[in-house]
Design a protein around this ligand. Structure first.
Ligand SMILES: NC(=O)c1ccc[n+]([C@@H]2O[C@H](COP(=O)([O-])OP(=O)(O)OC[C@H]3O[C@@H](n4cnc5c(N)ncnc54)[C@H](O)[C@@H]3O)[C@@H](O)[C@H]2O)c1
Length: 328
């Protein structure tokens, strides 16, 4: 299966590395507005994940990754991409732009068969797909969204609680590492809080996951709220949930259901740990959510629990797995 990536930032690069871990996907083209030498540099060196174990070089308009030649271009506009003759099966848009339907349709005009957006879409009619929860939607449209990292952590857990216990109300708060959408020093940004220095502040802000969860869980539309604190860590995030359940339950039953689901419907997507971990312990974890068993607490009908996730590695791994699942 021929894959192309547009946008070689944090997510794009992690997707590249995940594709090289699989045997059935062939990365044939990458585009980003940065020059090829910079792209090679960023693929090789990484402040979060360390030196790449892939062999990275470049020649003319090709990135050479562990012996494979990949067409590299630097266009800002999709329609300028020379992808028509490359027979691309799946294009992954990780540029942080081009989130509207007309822009994403431009990939289809280049002959791309499937387009995956690495963020929530700016369109109501682009399906948002979460592995395990609604992956049947993968085949329903040539353009789909892989949701967001926080949605990927939240959705499986809400789904498990909704099916097993019923949800009267749920709130989630993600304590999220900073991302490239924030400023290093106080500087102009349309979101005043994201305008403030990311390395020294706990920054209360919104998360796109709130609206996405309301959209993909219509029954929870008026029952769920969510927010985010951006904190001065480079990677690794944790979501705290407060969930008011309909049925009476116990800590043991809740733990048992979460465990069973992590071994079945959500195998390879969520897991549980009884270790006393901290956020750096999930760096490079392929999971969408790693539930901290010791955090599970039931008071009356209110459950509190937390789940860690590597917002880059977990999300990118699930995105590549979604493509692999979609082949069958
Ligand atoms: N970082 C995360 O934790 C995370 C997790 C899940 C989803 N996402 C989403 O993935 C997207 C990318 O996020 P990121 O953190 O990788 O950002 P990033 O800033 O690290 O990467 C974006 C890349 O796109 C390139 N780019 C910008 N405009 C372009 C254009 N017109 N054409 C081609 N390339 C262009 C940039 O040069 C950069 O290399 C965003 O929509 C973000 O919301 C991010």
């Amino acid at each position: 299966m021929n894959i192309a990536i547009n946008g070689l930032g944090r997510i794009g690069r992690k997707v590249v590395k995940n594709i090289f871990d699989t045997s059935s996907l062939e990365l044939i083209a990458i585009n980003d507005i940065m020059p090829i030498d910079k792209a090679a540099y960023f693929l090789k060196y990484d402040s979060t994940y360390g030196l790449s174990n892939l062999d990275i070089s470049y020649q003319d308009h090709f990135l050479i990754i562990s012996g494979r030649k990949i067409v590299y271009t630097t266009y800002a506009n999709i329609l300028d991409l020379p992808w028509e003759k490359l027979l691309i099966d799946v294009a992954i848009n990780c540029s942080g732009t081009n989130k509207t339907k007309p822009k994403l349709n431009e990939y289809l005009a280049l002959g791309v068969k499937k387009v995956i957006l690495s963020s929530p879409p700016d369109a109501e009619d682009i399906p948002i797909v979460i592995r395990g929860y609604n992956d049947d939607l993968y085949a329903s449209s040539p353009i789909i969204s892989n949701a967001s990292c926080t949605t990927y952590c939240v959705a499986p857990i809400l789904d498990i609680f909704q099916r097993n216990f019923g949800i009267a109300y749920a709130n989630f708060t993600t304590v999220h590492c900073y991302t490239a959408d924030q400023n290093l020093q106080d500087a102009f940004h349309t979101d005043l809080r994201r305008s403030r220095a990311a390395g020294v502040n706990i920054i209360p802000t919104t998360t796109s996951a709130t609206n996405v969860i309301r959209r993909i869980f219509p029954a929870l539309k008026d029952k769920v709220s969510g927010s985010s604190f951006r904190v001065p860590v480079i990677n690794g995030s944790i979501t705290e949930f407060i969930i008011e359940i309909d049925k009476e339950s116990s800590n043991e039953t809740i733990l048992d259901r979460l465990f069973k689901e992590s071994q079945a419907k959500y195998k390879g997507i969520i897991d549980l740990t009884h270790d006393m971990i901290v956020s750096t312990d999930v760096i490079n974890s392929p999971l969408a959510a790693l539930i901290d068993q010791s955090s599970i607490e039931l008071l009356g009908n209110k459950v509190k629990l937390t789940a860690f996730y590597d917002n880059e590695a977990g999300y990118s791994h699930q995105l590549v797995q979604l493509i692999l699942d979609g082949q069958f």
